[in-house]
Design a binder for this molecule. Structure first.
Ligand code: NDP
Length: 330
């Protein structure tokens, strides 16, 4: 039986210490599923950083192949909707957490978790979008569904130079929104303006304790940071505005007041990409293929080999990665 490269996270049950190694697996090592996919590309998302380093208990079964998303080609299928040769992608569903994920040459998964790749979306581009880009799109769709339009006023994006933030800026500016980018990396100002940000705001301006209400500045926000940053953002949302909360790069807490909700009618919209139903995913990918400029996407994407994932995992948690990082697997 042919073997394939895989990154494997293991745990020493005595010390509970987690370790990661590049290894060789065979098909018999894979978990249950009705479709087997030759993985071509995966990516490094924030959650992958947590899984690979063990800094948060993302991995809930050992040993495990991490990687919460992948794109590739079906090699075997017992499911009606998929046949060998089909071009597919996967985001979430616990893959890379409780089920072997994308950091391996082969993945065996449930057919329900897979999407056919939209026409014209190659595997590398699908992963340049990755879970971060798909989450950014879900966030944009959520604020639009809440009634926010470019005419409503400016939209603020936090964690701007990260994967979700960078893609959110590009998507919003493509639709004509005026975007303000909040970053802790002033050296990335030109990069963020290149994506379409009209204004750069220093992270420190929004990271202190929040007042219940502050000057009304933004029609909406896409927040991948959480904690005091989200609290400050909420306090600055204009009457009737909306905030899509999708991340916790700054912390999982939310030291905020209810004042924006009950005095300004602000909506806090929760965004989850992992268990999102198929219809939502299809809507997000339809808009992503329509709105995301491929050259711009290429410009925010860098490529690494599977062997470099542990290093990139440390870097994403330290806030040192810019934009998107795709992983060459196959
Ligand atoms: P990245 O690391 O690429 O981006 C996060 C960005 O947040 C950083 O680039 C940095 O931006 C900023 N940041 C980092 N640390 C801090 C801090 N301590 N305080 C304030 N800002 C900080 O990660 P992703 O874009 O991949 O993911 C962002 C978040 O979204 C993560 O928490 C992730 O778990 C979450 N997420 C949630 C999903 C869902 O389904 N809800 C799906 C995908 C991601 P800058 O340098 O510009 O300040």
């Amino acid at each position: 039986m042919t073997s394939f490269r895989a990154l494997l996270v293991s745990r020493d049950e005595a010390t509970k210490a987690q370790s990661v190694a590049l290894t060789e697996l065979t098909e018999t090592d894979l978990m249950e599923g009705d479709v087997t996919v030759a993985v071509e590309w995966s990516t490094v998302n924030y959650k992958d950083g947590l899984a690979v380093t063990g800094k948060s208990p993302v991995v809930r079964r050992f040993p495990l192949v991490p990687g919460i998303d992948f794109a590739g080609t079906v090699v075997a299928s017992a499911a009606a909707g998929f046949a060998p040769g089909d071009k597919v992608l996967l985001n979430g569903w616990g893959v890379g957490e409780t089920h072997f994920g994308g950091y391996a040459g082969l993945a065996r998964v449930k057919a329900d978790w897979l999407l056919h790749r939209p026409e014209g979306l190659d595997a590398r581009s699908a992963m340049a979008i990755g879970t971060a880009g798909y989450t950014a799109m879900l966030s944009v769709l959520a604020i639009e569904a809440a009634g926010v339009t470019p005419a409503s006023g400016p939209v603020v994006v936090t964690g701007a130079a990260g994967g979700v933030g960078s893609t959110a800026i590009a998507l919003l500016s493509k639709r004509g929104f005026t975007v303000a980018a909040v970053t802790g990396r002033p050296e990335e100002a030109d990069y963020l303006k290149g994506l379409g940000a009209a204004e750069i705001i220093a992270r420190a301006e929004l990271s202190g304790p929040a007042k219940p209400l502050a000057r009304e500045r933004w029609a909406a926000a896409i927040d991948s940071v959480g904690s005091t940053t989200l609290a400050n953002v909420l306090s600055q949302i204009r009457y009737g505005g909306a905030v899509a909360a999708c991340g916790l790069a700054g912390g999982m807490d939310l030291p905020a007041s209810v004042a924006p909700f009950i005095l300004r009618g602000v909506s806090l919209l929760g965004i989850d990409s992992v268990m999102a139903p198929k219809a939502k995913r299809l809507a997000a990918y339809a808009r992503l293929t329509e709105d995301l400029d491929r050259r711009q996407l290429d410009g925010i994407t860098r490529e690494i080999d599977l062997a470099k994932v542990p290093e990139a995992a440390e870097a994403i948690l330290a806030g040192r990665l810019r934009g998107r990082t795709v992983v060459k697997v196959g």
